[in-house]
Design a protein around this ligand. Structure first.
Ligand code: ZN
Length: 333
């Protein structure tokens, strides 16, 4: 049993309070590899931003649970080495699907977990979330729960159809579960293919997806004033990365994400955590494809992973500064 505080990590409570009061959102970036971890830490340190590093069940299966946990511990040490004396790094479980998985993460040093019972009937979702909250709060670990269903595919999480969160349920749900934050469904979606072209409108040659349901978000905010709200599936799927991938041998069709202006608007509300995963995957793949196409003789992974890391770092900094507004928001620099 390791407590996250001994690893130099923090939970989400204070950073969410400040984010809601300050009208910005904390970035939650998924990671599976050392290069992603390094890029996240470099971006957070350079911009003086708090950051949530999140691990999905699929990431644990890919990289190994112990390795990711030690990488998060390494992330804190690395941030300090880069000159940030008081980094605010959360190690968060993304889409925990059972009490056992959440407990395992809490016991090995995670500072925050998500229990996703959103596919369960309402009462079962509450019972499961409450069980996780009761365990997590003994160790001051914060818990994110979810109401409503997002469409799309993310690792082992997938749903064909989305179901918007019902504002009339949020008070009952948050009170009875005791959760610290609530992931809601208002039109974001998992993966790099969030919308079909038929769902979009063509504006100046660009496919623009339907807007997020801000009316539902505002209704939820009214019912739960000051309560931390989380948006999943919030990659923007930058066209230039998709074009680079396709130019250098890739084949990504109709990849469409959430416009950044909408995420910027959401950040100013009670939305205080925005999950971004696909954009990092696209940034990495675009840089690797370009490098290998331009340098066909290269075979040392460092030769193509270095530009991949640089490209991800650039993307993370852009999100922090231009979309979420969490730059310069560390409590102590
Ligand atoms: Zn998600």
């Amino acid at each position: 049993m390791v407590n996250y505080k001994d690893l130099g990590l923090v939970n989400t409570r204070e950073m969410f309070k400040r984010a809601i009061a300050g009208g910005y959102a904390i970035p939650a970036f998924n990671f599976n590899t050392m290069e992603q971890m390094q890029a996240i830490v470099m971006a957070a340190v350079e911009t003086k931003s708090p950051v949530i590093m999140q691990v999905s069940k699929g990431a644990r299966n890919y990289a190994n649970a112990q390795i990711l946990r030690y990488m998060a511990e390494g992330a804190v040490a690395y941030a300090k080495e880069l000159g940030c004396e008081h980094p605010e790094i959360v190690l968060h479980l993304d889409h925990g699907d059972s009490f056992e998985l959440c407990k395992d993460c809490i016991d090995m040093g995670f500072s925050s977990v998500m229990i996703d019972g959103s596919s369960l009937p309402y009462e079962e979702n509450i019972a499961l979330a409450k069980k996780v909250v009761d365990y997590a709060h003994q160790f001051d670990v914060t818990v994110e729960a979810e109401l409503g269903v997002l469409a799309g595919v993310e690792d082992e999480v997938s749903a064909a159809e989305s179901h918007y969160t019902k504002p009339e349920e949020v008070i009952d749900f948050s009170t009875r579960t005791g959760c610290d934050s609530l992931a809601i469904s208002i039109g974001t979606s998992h993966g790099a293919h969030k919308f079909t072209p038929e769902q979009c409108t063509l504006v100046n040659g660009v496919l623009v997806p339907p807007p997020l349901a801000f009316d539902i978000l505002h209704e939820i905010e009214k019912k739960l004033p000051g309560f931390p709200i989380v948006l999943h599936g919030s990659s923007s799927v930058p066209m230039e990365e998709v074009e680079t991938i396709n130019k250098y041998g890739g084949h990504l069709e109709a990849a469409i994400g959430i416009p950044e202006e909408q995420l910027r608007e959401a950040s100013k509300s009670a939305v205080c955590k925005i999950n971004i995963d696909s954009d990092s995957r696209l940034a990495m793949t675009a840089a690797v494809r370009k490098h290998l196409a331009e340098h066909p003789g290269d075979f040392d992974p460092r030769q193509y992973l270095k530009p991949a890391r640089e490209n991800m770092k650039k993307m993370y900094i852009h999100k922090i500064v231009n979309v979420l507004g969490s730059d310069g928001k560390l409590a102590e620099c």
